[in-house]
Write a protein that binds this ligand. Structure first.
Ligand SMILES: Nc1ncnc2c1ncn2[C@@H]1O[C@H](COP(=O)(O)OP(=O)(O)O)[C@@H](O)[C@H]1O
Ligand SMILES: [Mg+2]
Length: 415
């Protein structure tokens, strides 16, 4: 044992490398921009946007935002400037109060959020930053999901993203800036329509394309160097994976660094389980074919929050038990049982429904409305036919039970 992995933790979903070898120019542009704010200070709230391409995930949006925050922290520490990065995945944080309470807790401010009007809380945050002369960069990841949140109004968004304009600090120095991360360009049309003043205020718009094979070669090799013994792989392995996932106009390809890195980690696991000295081509083939034949979109599943995972678990368990279409009611009951098993309060009915809708939008479940029955119309649920219920259950169970820090990012959604 121990011939392959030198450091497994670099394969965790939330790991951000100390240097970004690809997307470094994008990172530098952002860093320069926000650093300038620390020295100049005056001017409107800085809002920049990172967005991807429709249907493409794992292309480094979150990584870029977190990396920028990390470097900002290092540079401001070195320059004796007080700076605090705040990262929020707003998918699990869909109301202004929830967002504010995350900011308050990340900044360690001792003010009650509940029971206070949002503007009062924002004022307290702004005062705190003024008094401590501290700058904050708030990353709002999965920003597009806020447009579908019934808990957040346009006024809320204005208040948050135009905080400097709405409540100018005493010395007119703007210490609270934002970096929005969104799936694709559609967020720009939404913003233009719903919150035009914020849209026109966006300083920098960075469109990230899916990764090419050459990009992936650099990324996968960096990860291999960080996490594997150098005797355990060779360039051929890196090339195989990068060529397979690399995107180009003519070839297509996922362009996903997440899938490429996951494949390397899986091949390494298979090799290690075999007691092999090195990762060989057949290990990579096996890693690729297991994930492909299972038809289980691992990268999508890894994005789910705890409650969505438990619902998916319920659907696959029930399908194994009885097959066919399930009523949403029986899924909800089963889910309530699993929640209790995990020591969690089951989500309320409307939230449960939101989650079902999202799982269906992501293609993980299928839903249809039943014909009129005894109790009126009801939503019916099943797994897509090409997803094997038993394998899916295994995968979800594994993610639910593992101490994988990849779940750390979801932790905020757990409470
Ligand atoms: N430029 C990069 N350099 C190193 N690793 C990267 C890079 N881009 C993405 N990754 C890795 O790929 C995975 C997915 O990236 P992520 O930023 O979560 O994608 P997205 O937010 O676009 O879905 C992460 O594990 C991340 O570490
Ligand atoms: Mg992301």
């Amino acid at each position: 044992m121990g011939r392959i992995f030198s450091n497994r933790s670099v394969f965790n979903e939330t790991y951000v490398p100390p240097t970004l070898l690809v997307r470094d120019s994008e990172a530098n542009i952002l860093i320069k921009r926000y650093l300038a704010r620390l020295s100049e200070g005056y001017g409107s709230t800085d809002v920049s946007l990172i967005y991807g391409s429709i249907g493409k995930v794992g292309i480094g949006k979150t990584t870029l935002a977190r990396y920028v925050s990390n470097v900002m922290k290092r540079k401001s520490d070195a320059g004796g400037i007080s700076f605090k990065p705040v990262y929020i995945n707003v998918y699990g944080t869909p109301s202004l109060h929830q967002i504010l309470s995350r900011i308050v807790s990340e900044l360690n401010i001792n003010i009650p959020v509940r029971g206070n009007a949002a503007i009062e809380v924002l004022k307290a945050i702004s005062d705190y930053l003024y008094i401590r002369d501290t700058y904050a960069l708030v990353v709002l990841d999965e920003f597009q999901s806020l447009f579908f949140s019934s808990d957040l109004t346009k006024d809320d968004l204005y208040l948050l993203l135009r905080v400097y304009e709405e409540i100018p600090p005493k010395d007119n120095i703007n210490r609270l800036n934002f970096l929005l991360v969104s799936q694709d360009f559609r967020v720009l049309s939404y913003m233009k329509e719903e919150i035009p003043q914020v849209e026109s205020q966006i300083g920098l718009r960075l469109h990230l394309k899916p990764y090419s094979s050459d990009d992936l070669r650099i990324i996968v090799e960096q990860r291999a160097m960080e996490g594997l013994y150098d005797t355990s792989y060779d360039q051929g392995i890196i090339d195989m994976i990068s060529d397979y996932f690399g995107y180009s106009e003519t070839k297509g390809g996922d362009g996903s660094a997440r899938k490429a890195i996951l494949t390397l980690a899986m091949a390494a696991e298979i090799a290690e389980a075999e007691g092999a000295m090195r990762i060989e081509e057949r290990h990579v083939r096996e890693a690729l074919s297991t994930s492909a034949t299972l038809n289980i979109p691992m990268d999508v599943i890894r994005e789910l929050n705890l409650h969505e995972l438990m619902i998916l678990q319920s659907v696959s368990s029930l399908i194994i038990q009885k097959g066919g279409w399930l009523t949403s009611g029986e899924v909800e009951d089963y889910y309530a049982g699993i929640s209790n098993m995990f020591g969690q309060e089951p989500r309320k009915h409307t939230q449960f429904y939101e989650y079902l809708k999202r799982l269906s939008n992501m293609g993980l479940i299928e839903t249809k409305i039943s014909g009129k029955g005894v109790r009126g119309k009801t939503t019916l649920v099943r797994l897509p036919l090409d997803i094997p219920a038993d394998k899916l259950k295994e995968v979800v169970e594994f993610i639910l039970r593992s101490e994988d820090p990849g779940i750390g990012e979801r932790e905020s959604n757990w409470i």
